[in-house]
Design a protein around this ligand. Structure first.
Ligand SMILES: C[S@@+](CC[C@H](N)C(=O)[O-])C[C@H]1O[C@@H](n2cnc3c(N)ncnc32)[C@H](O)[C@@H]1O
Length: 225
């Protein structure tokens, strides 16, 4: 197993955001045009943290034989970390055509055979039932909370999008499949909004293993709990 460093990568890894790519209003993050425009000039940017920060946690759950689906890959090279850890059946998806085309070219240039990059909406995943052993997203579902109102009591429209995404993830996962969400968000929430009671699924928070880090790592999704 190798680490996540991409010494042979033709593009520079970046954990610094180009100031010109920061939108004037947070609601711009909900506009597909914003992402297309951003990715037309951005080669690699890692939201939250790059793979090296949580690879030790993922290794406990993802196996070389697993089929992996990444939701909202953007310009992240998370797939590279997984690939170098021996996982070769990886499907990266994003709503942005520009992101998909760019990542596809990069994957090919790196010779990462087995990694597919596909245009897909997380709200309506275009994959069959029970296709994947492992689904992962990093900072993508956070977008759904951009216009959620009170994060402790989100608008019903937000709840419905989050549930559509989670149902889709659950559907494409095999029995005993695993969903990992790396998020700005907070942990287990119970809320009541317009009669809708939201009880988060059974999750395992591994935050304590990430002392000093500012993100949460969740696993073991079960929407029925
Ligand atoms: C905050 S970025 C995270 C990118 C990447 N996961 C990372 O960690 O660097 C959110 C990504 O979600 C994508 N996105 C936005 N809406 C989406 C949707 N409905 N379905 C799939 N991807 C979407 C954007 O194009 C963008 O690439």
């Amino acid at each position: 197993m190798e680490g996540n460093s991409s010494d042979s990568a033709p593009q520079t890894k970046s954990d610094k955001q180009d100031p010109s790519s920061i939108p004037s209003a947070v609601l711009d993050y909900l506009q597909p045009n914003y992402w297309d425009q951003r990715f037309s000039s951005e080669d690699n940017y890692e939201w939250l943290k790059d793979y090296s920060h949580f690879e030790h946690l993922l290794r406990e759950h993802v196996k070389a034989t697993h089929s992996v689906l990444e939701i909202g890959c953007g310009s992240s090279h998370l797939c590279e970390g997984l690939y170098r850890d021996g996982i070769t059946d990886i499907t990266c998806t994003d709503l942005s055509k520009v992101a998909v085309e760019k990542l596809q070219k990069w994957v090919e240039s790196m010779g990462y055979h087995g990694i597919k990059v596909v245009e897909a909406d997380m709200l309506d995943l275009p994959f069959g039932d029970g296709c994947y052993d492992f689904v992962i997203e990093k900072g993508t579902m956070d977008l759904l909370f951009v216009d959620s109102g009170d994060p402790w009591d989100p608008h019903p429209a937000t709840v419905s999008k989050v549930m559509a995404t989670l149902r889709g993830v659950h559907r494409v996962l095999k029995t005993d499949g695993i969903f990992v969400s790396i998020s700005f968000g907070q942990g287990k929430r119970t809320s009541k909004s317009n009669g809708i009671k939201i009880v988060a699924p059974s999750i395992c928070l591994l935050q304590e293993e990430l002392e000093g880090e500012d993100y949460i790592f969740r696993t073991n999704f079960d929407e029925n709990k």
